[in-house]
Design a protein around this ligand. Structure first.
Ligand code: NAD
Length: 476
């Protein structure tokens, strides 16, 4: 049994839960303990006490801890990548890539710990000096989704520790394995007891305690819009700081002048890899009419070449959907799309494979318009729609006509359109000739409108959420 990690010790929770492999539902990846509200409170109390000492730690101590964690993640990326593929269903190369990313994030924030800085200014009053410094918030509650089970926890835990906070971390119920592996690595990193705590368990129990406990000074959340709104209302109600990363309905525009090979690869990679289960997935492919038929034919040809199978098999491109209920949601939307009059041009069928799992062939809809539910609501599966448009202006207007604003892309060889798109795309991230999914770790990540709330994650911009600013006036 894999236990919770509280005050520097692994401890049993109240109940337990099997972690099931979505590529092979007969395989239990592990048994993971589940905390109740009382145990979560205990973790928060411990973190609250430990936060005082850690806020005083030196940049060197923070660097050493974060660098040690990053080194172990990178050294064990093959083994942990396999665990990730087993519990979440990403392909093995995707799992290994994500684990390496987590290691790089810890290394980045190790460096950031050495670059902590402030401002010293002259006062408008004679003889007075002013210092502006960033200070730790205290206890940070970290609540994460299942689709990036090691990278998202890494990009929240690493900056929390870097900026001198203590952590209470709740991974998503479906993927406790990667969360536990992180806790195991952190337990050997030299971090003082109580600064990092892992509480696995249900959102309605563990998550709710994190949201409502007055000792938690900040909550960083990634997940669905519905849960995000609840996090916002609860945290705002008690004046706790919060940061939300939620859904997307990301457009990729393909113009007549695009390099067709790049456009097809960009679309297929962005829409369907990682089983389309990415908040940055390109679910709306907006194509100008001159290239429409050729583009659709080329995407279908590429989809025919993709292998959907067990995440651990050789040469597989697309692993299974994460679980039964997500598969049911994907299938529902595939039915809704057809009922709305869209043409299912490829895939969208449940597949049988040698091992029993949640396999779905990538689904491509054509003849769709932007008011259909399949183009307005996040499906979060390997499902994408083609929207035919007459020109760039119509494409941009449709791309921006959404409640979401995470990532937005264009494939074009025109500098004029690329530049205009960078300026006018209503999204936190704009991609030119690159998939809407797939980002660097040293620059800000996040969106606008219904996709995100609060300050950006990742890169040096992360300091904004994980610290509070103090302005000190001194008359020496
Ligand atoms: P979810 O909202 O169901 O769950 C997210 C987390 O919130 C889980 O840990 C869950 O246990 C917890 N939770 C649930 N109820 C809670 C409550 N009442 N109080 C506190 N915590 C609670 O989302 P999910 O299904 O795990 O993830 C998929 C969603 O995440 C998609 O909408 C996707 O777009 C989004 N996502 C966004 C980003 C981004 O950066 N924008 C990245 C990845 C995933």
């Amino acid at each position: 049994m894999n236990q919770n990690y509280i005050n520097g010790r692994f401890v049993e929770g109240a109940t337990a839960r099997d972690n099931i492999n979505p590529s092979d539902t007969s395989e239990v990846v592990g048994v993971y303990t589940q905390a109740n509200a009382e145990q979560t409170r205990e973790a928060i109390d411990v973190a609250d006490k430990a936060s005082i000492g850690w806020a005083q730690s030196t940049p060197q101590q923070r660097f050493d801890v974060l660098d040690t964690i990053g080194t172990e993640l990178l050294a064990r990326k093959a083994e942990l990548g396999e665990l990730l593929a087993r519990e979440e269903g990403k392909t093995l190369p995707e799992g290994i890539g994500e684990t390496a990313r987590a290691g790089q994030i810890f290394k980045f924030f190790a460096g950031e710990a050495l670059r902590l800085s402030g401002d010293k200014l002259a006062s408008v009053r004679p003889g007075v000096e002013i210092e502006v410094v960033r200070e730790a918030l205290g206890v940070i509650g970290i609540i994460t989704p299942w689709n990036f089970p090691i990278a998202i926890p890494a990009w929240k835990i690493a900056p929390a520790i870097c900026y001198g906070n203590a952590v209470v971390f709740k991974p998503a119920d479906l993927v406790p394995g990667c969360g536990w592996a992180l806790a195991d690595i952190i337990s050997r990193s030299g971090l003082p007891e109580g600064v990092f705590n892992l509480v696995m368990g249900r959102g309605s129990v563990v998550g709710e305690e994190i949201l409502t406990n007055p000792k938690v000074k900040g909550v960083t959340f990634t997940g669905s819009v519905a849960t995000g709104q609840h996090v916002a209302a609860t945290c705002a109600g008690r004046m706790a700081k919060f940061q939300l990363e939620m859904g997307g309905k990301n457009p990729l525009i393909v113009l007549d002048d695009a390099n067709l090979d790049i456009a097809v690869e960009t679309a297929v990679q962005g829409a369907f890899f990682s089983t389309g289960q990415r908040c940055t997935a390109s679910s709306r492919l907006i194509v100008t009419e001159g290239v429409h038929d050729q583009f659709v034919a080329a995407v279908i040809k590429r989809l025919e070449s993709l292998k959907v199978d067990n995440a651990l098999s050789d040469g597989v491109h697309i692993g299974p959907v994460v679980d039964e209920s997500q598969l049911a949601q994907d299938m529902d939307y595939i039915r809704i799309g057809q009922e709305e009059g869209a043409k299912l041009a490829f895939g969208g069928e449940r597949l049988e494979r040698a091992t029993k799992g949640f396999y779905l062939s990538p689904a491509l809809f054509t003849e769709t318009n932007n008011s259909m539910r399949i183009n307005r609501e996040e499906i979060f599966g390997p499902v994408a729609s083609i929207i035919r448009v007459s020109d760039y202006d119509e494409a941009l207007s449709i791309a921006n006509d959404t409640e979401f604003g995470l990532s937005s892309g264009i494939c074009t060889t025109s500098l004029k359109y690329a530049s205009d798109f960078k300026r006018n795309a209503k999204a936190g991230m704009a991609m030119v000739n690159l998939p809407t999914a797939g980002v660097d770790y040293h620059v800000p990540f996040g969106g606008s409108k219904g996709s995100s709330y609060g300050s950006r994650e990742q890169g040096s911009y992360a300091a904004e959420f994980f610290t509070t600013v103090k302005t000190a006036y001194i008359l020496p």
